[in-house]
Design a protein around this ligand. Structure first.
Ligand SMILES: [Zn+2]
Length: 373
């Protein structure tokens, strides 16, 4: 098969598009012929590496993917060749105490596709049968792949960990990015009021198009927690979604008494100071999580396939152009998910014109037009 892989950490230049043996599906596994993969920031971190990371080289990146079943391994009877599927990238043992309790994203032997094992930047990938979810006929594999990790993560954080309830106010720090875009939609679907803090007008416009009720442009006023306070009639937000980290001081201020701060990442860096006085005097809860459970994946993908939630799609690249796709993601220019088309009939890169690539039905085209001016 063709795959994109690397033999050592480094910049996008370490990615090679080359031949690699097609995996054999093991016992309980399914071989998926991929139609699309979606990029995540994680792919960039895995490529550049971090202290302690150990990869079996050559490594194939990519957590998200969708396609069809090519063949099944021994003991698999729920899938057959030709079935259309989307992949849950969270690999759990199914046997440890966490797995048995249904908290499989805390599995003691937890692995992630594309991080600890070879991933989806390839024509084929072998995954456990239980990590597949059926994709309806006619559903765009790009849209399914792009939804996977970010909606799964957002659903687990907001609904499972955050216990979001109808009528609550959710403040989301960051107007674009896959998880934030997912959080806006999930919070609206749950019946919450959504306030979004963004760094520029275009990102905020995207947030508005996804359903955000109130927008705060922090390029106009860095003290956004005060604005959030005003917008909630000096009560504060019930839930604050903060995946920046360095913004915790403002998030603590913007939360109501008894508020919950949810975090699944730290795009602003891993270390920062917090003022503990806010934690106890305001009865705050800080709730961290990573990815989601099998049950979360099934629930959120059902909503994706029903059209109630939708990944924002940005540019698409051919598999062989994965390095360019990663560079585009690293540039921060994108407003939605960057995807790879795999096993396609036409190399998309050859016909790529930005406007033609945008399949999302919202205002991304007009937003980009504004930015280009
Ligand atoms: Zn386990």
């Amino acid at each position: 098969m063709k795959a994109v892989l690397f033999h050592h950490h480094g910049g996008p230049e370490v990615l090679e598009y080359t031949d690699f043996p097609t995996p054999e599906p093991g016992v309980g596994q399914v071989l998926v012929r991929l139609k699309a993969a979606a990029l995540n920031r994680l792919d960039l971190w895995v490529r550049t590496g971090w202290p302690g990371i150990k990869l079996a080289y050559p490594h194939i990146p990519g957590a998200d993917g969708a396609g069809e079943v090519a063949s099944v391994g021994q003991g698999v009877d729920q899938w057959a060749p030709g079935d259309r599927v989307v992949i849950n990238s969270n690999l759990s043992c199914g046997e440890c105490d966490y797995c048995r309790a249904g908290m499989d994203n805390r599995c003691r032997n937890w692995q992630l596709l594309g991080e600890t094992v070879r991933g989806t930047y390839a024509e084929y990938v072998a995954v456990p049968a239980g990590n597949l979810y059926r994709m309806p006929e006619g559903f765009d594999p790009r849209a399914a792949a792009a939804a996977g990790l970010v909606f799964h993560t957002a659903w687990h954080s907001l609904i499972r960990r955050g216990g979001l309830r109808t009528g609550e106010t959710v403040l989301i720090v960051g107007a674009s990015g896959g998880v934030n875009s997912a959080c806006i939609q999930i919070a609206k679907l749950a019946g919450a009021k959504v306030i979004v803090v963004g760094s520029n007008a275009k990102k905020l416009e995207l947030a508005r198009s996804l359903g955000a009720d109130e927008l705060i442009d922090r390029s106009q006023d860095e003290n956004w927690s005060k604005q959030a306070y005003t917008l909630t009639d000096k009560r504060g937000a019930d839930v604050v979604v903060d995946n920046v980290g360095t913004t915790f001081p403002q998030s603590f201020r913007a939360a109501c008494k008894g508020g919950r701060i949810l975090t699944v990442g730290n795009t602003g860096g891993p270390k920062f100071e917090i003022d503990n006085r806010f934690m106890f005097s305001k009865h705050l809860s800080l709730l961290g999580s990573s990815m989601g459970t099998h049950a979360d994946f099934a629930q959120v993908m059902e909503l994706i396939f029903a059209g109630k939630l939708k990944a924002v799609l940005d540019r698409d690249f051919a598999l062989q152009d994965a390095a360019a796709a990663q560079e585009y993601l690293a540039s921060g220019e994108q407003l939605g998910k960057v995807t790879l088309t795999i096993n396609g009939t036409t190399p998309v890169s050859e016909i790529l014109s930005l406007r033609g690539q945008l399949q999302w039905e919202g205002d991304l085209d007009s937003l980009r037009g504004q930015r280009d001016q």
